[in-house]
Design a protein around this ligand. Structure first.
Ligand SMILES: [Zn+2]
Length: 304
């Protein structure tokens, strides 16, 4: 290949030198991440116009800085739609971890955490490196099979959660959302609503929003045939019904059953802390997706 600019070539090569290997447990892939470049940084530092567009920008940066290795390495780079459709939102967390590590090494130089001992609750400031967050139990590789014991990819896999309450039977077609599914759900949130969720419940989605993201169909039927069986696959209908009509007891059972079946696959990024005052040892969990949104909303990494 004829080089147009030796200077640009050299700069390009420099930007690729530091590679951080990260594991995508659901996609069962290994990806090398290269550091954020100044242009990416500018794109992500811009105030969030909407959570959906911020997430899209973040995913574009993640894709641009990803290098798929092993059998998934292809000549042709995977395009944005393939990427968001074929990679789970859970795996996005591993990509964010790799991007942070390649770019900064540390999650925070001085993170304030609170001792979990109820009688102590001391505020401690600790440096947390990205490597500190990885432990033997951090990753569980996706291993679900279909009825014929054949391996089935996450985007084809559905798990029906059935909950009976009095005469009624609720059936939820549950799944692991892809990056695209999650982005669609973020489209239902305004920046104000996101900020409100983070400030009040400390997570991106409210309970009904989160639940809607985890299912793609719901059916309601009656044991005594009091009502005709009804079902929907419509996102707005599911969200509205979960928000306004679904008994709290049913959603609580849903999350319990969903967690028992799927939680093992969510990477556990946590810091092993020891309180200098009471010597209590505890795990401080880091939610990397929330972390990214907080950074974008409030600036200053490490001050959160
Ligand atoms: Zn303590």
């Amino acid at each position: 290949m004829v080089s147009v600019s030796p200077f640009l070539d050299a700069m390009n090569n420099m930007s690729q030198i530091k590679k951080v290997e990260t594991v995508l447990p659901i996609a069962r892939m290994t990806v090398n991440m290269t550091p954020l470049v100044t242009g990416d940084h500018v794109a992500l530092q811009t105030a969030i116009t909407s959570p959906k567009s911020f997430d899209r920008d973040l995913c574009k940066v993640l894709l641009a800085r990803s290098e798929f290795v092993g059998e998934h390495a292809t000549e042709k780079k995977i395009n944005f739609n393939e990427f968001t459709d074929s990679i789970s939102n859970i795996d996005k967390l591993s990509l964010i971890w790799g991007l942070y590590k390649a770019s900064y090494d540390n999650l925070s130089d001085e993170r304030e955490i609170i001792c979990k001992n109820e009688n102590c609750k001391e505020k401690i400031k600790v440096p947390i490196s990205m490597d500190d967050l990885i432990h033997e139990d951090t990753f569980t590789v996706w291993d679900k099979t279909d009825d014929n014991d054949e391996f089935i990819s996450f985007n084809k896999y559905r798990y029906v959660i059935t909950i009976e309450r009095d005469d009624y039977i609720y059936e939820f077609n549950s799944r692991i959302p892809s990056i695209m599914d999650n982005n669609r759900m973020l489209g239902m949130l305004s920046t104000d609503a996101l900020q409100h969720n983070l400030d009040t419940i400390g997570s991106v989605f409210t309970k009904p929003q989160h639940m809607t993201n985890l299912v793609d169909a719901v059916r309601l039927s009656s044991k005594s045939k009091k009502i005709d069986t009804v079902e929907t696959t419509n996102l707005d209908e599911m969200l509205l019904s979960f928000q306004n009509y679904l008994p709290d007891q049913v959603s609580t059972s849903f999350f319990k059953k969903y967690g028992e079946h799927f939680d093992m696959y969510t990477p556990k990024f946590y810091y092993n802390a020891t309180c200098p005052v009471c010597n209590n040892k505890f795990k401080h969990t880091i939610d990397l997706e929330t972390e990214f949104f907080l950074t974008a909303l409030y600036g200053d990494r490490g001050s959160i």
